[in-house]
Each structure stands twice: as C-alpha cells, then as structure tokens.
Design a binder for this molecule. Sequence first.
Ligand SMILES: [Zn+2]
Length: 344
Amino acid sequence: MLAVYSDDNALHDPDHFISRGVKIAVRESPERANQLLAALRDGAHEIRTPRDFGRDALLSVHDPRYIHFLANAYDNWQTLPEPRGPFVLANSYAMRQMKTLPTSFEGQLGFFLSGNSVPIGPHSWRAIASSANCALEAADAVRSGASESYALCRPPGHHAYADLAGGYCYLNNSALAAQHLRGRFARVAVLDVDVHHGNGTQGIFWERGDVLTVSIHGDPNTGYPWQVGYAGERGEGEGFGKNLNLPLPLSTSDEPYLAALDHALAAVRAFEPEACVVALGLDAFEEDSSEMMRVTTAGFGAIGARIGAQKLPSVIIQEGGYAVDALRRNLGSFLGGFLSARAG
Ligand SMILES: [Zn+2]
C-alpha cells in the first residue's frame, strides 16, 4: 500500500521530561520511526515523501493562535531571560476556570501546552508540520481514490486538541486526515486503537455529527490522559452519540481486546461511514513501557484483519508505540493482517 514518510521527523528529538518527579528520557524517539520505516520496507510498500499542504490545511482543525504559537515557540523561548533550558516547557498551566489567553509568550506556554511531555526543540516545528503533511498526503491519496494508505507520523497527534498540545502530541494528524477525507466523503469514522485515549480527536469532533470518534484504550483512571476517556463521554449537540469510548482494564490480552474491537466496529458500521481513519498506536503491546495491556504481535495482526475486513476506504495514521525493538514486527503484523483481509 502507499505509505508516507519524511526524514524530517528526526528533527524533533527532545531528550527528557519529568514523570512521577523523575527526569526520564523521552520515549517518543526518532528511532521509533526508523523501526517503523523498516517494517514498510519489509512489506515492499510504496514509500512517498509528503507535499507541504501549507498552514491553511492545519487550520482545518486547529486554532490559528495555537499554530502561530507552535511555529514560533522555540524562537520566542530564546527571548526569555536566563536561566532557561534547551527545550520549550511550560511552568504554570491553565486549569479549569482559567480561560484567558495571555498576550505574553511566557503566559501562553501553559495555555497551549498541557504538560511537560510536549517539549519543543530548535527544529521541532519542522518535524511537527511534516508529520501533519504525512497524514494529509495519505488522506489525499484515499480522497483521490486509493482504497488505503498509511502515514508514518512522528511526532504522533491524537492527544492534541484544536489549541492544546499534550502527551507527545502537537498537531492532531488523525483529525487532519479525517477532515481532509470529509472533502469527498460525507461521513468519516475515526477508530483509535492506541492504548491511550484519543482525547484530542474526541475534543476536536465533540460537537460534530459527520465524524464518528471511537477509542479503545486503557482505563484512564490508571494512565494518561487520566481526566478524559471515560465511557460516559458521548459528545454534545449534533455530536451526541457520535463519540464512543471503550476503556479496558489493565493487562487486557488479545481475546478481550478483540471482543472490544468487535463492539467498536459494530458502532462504526452503524454510523455508515464512507471512509475510516485508523489511529494506530502499537503501545497496547505486552512489552510496551506503557504497561497497560498485553496485546501480542499476532494480536496486532488480528486487529488489522478485523479492521481491514470492513472494506472501507481507510487511512492508517501512526500514533504511539514505545517498545522500539518490537515496532517493526508489530507494524508488519498489523499491516499484513489488514491487507490480507482486504484481499479476501
Ligand atoms: Zn499511546
């Protein structure tokens, strides 16, 4: 299948963040992309470099003030007084009743960045924008008639809201792809199988009736994004009933995962979408450092097969997955299962 990849992903290479009070290495590393790319080569997929779709394409789901902030964050960081670290990080966050966007850059840090897992380095913006372009290029192929495509997006995107970065995510690649597909298809479903809830995607389409968002993930009471991703969140207004969250207990293995996936796919079919975006995290893996689920390599093949069997025009967007040594075989297993089911 057509796969989209850019070397620019490696320009985003933050070295650490704080977790449980401890300085730890950022798990969302360029080596992830190298391993995923190896899987694409293993599968002899056609690998394409994305075009630049420009800032207007980003504005289809993102706030212009947020895009301006992200694109200029590193340069503005250099104007702050010393001492300051090598990566842009917020120090004080907008919470609940705090709703004013400050005009100062330093005030905006905690308005647009939701935590310390979204550091911005000197060339991060180029990598972030190129990741979005990978998603748009893959979506454009399906919009133009391809039956499926895959975007090797790094950094990932599904935790990013219209105006808020979080959880290693800055621009919401899956939402951008879904919105791009809307240019041809009346109803689009986003199915998120990353082990973490696709909260940004849910937020972006929360009041939309034309985009169904379904997420299968670890119980947020036990892991990121903690405050969102619960079963009672169904959408509002025209979007009411168009969001489905399927949180699963810690250590969920292949069989119960696939049962939840069947439930999710039934909801997708009931929506009668004309196209689908698959937000493909590989961090439900049994050896992933997220330590939330116990999905096996073969399990990813079964997940891919069940999604592929829907026979919907589909754009697969890479999200998380941090067991670096296993990414190659797990992506290969997913794509192999997906394509076998398409052929059958
Ligand atoms: Zn994840």
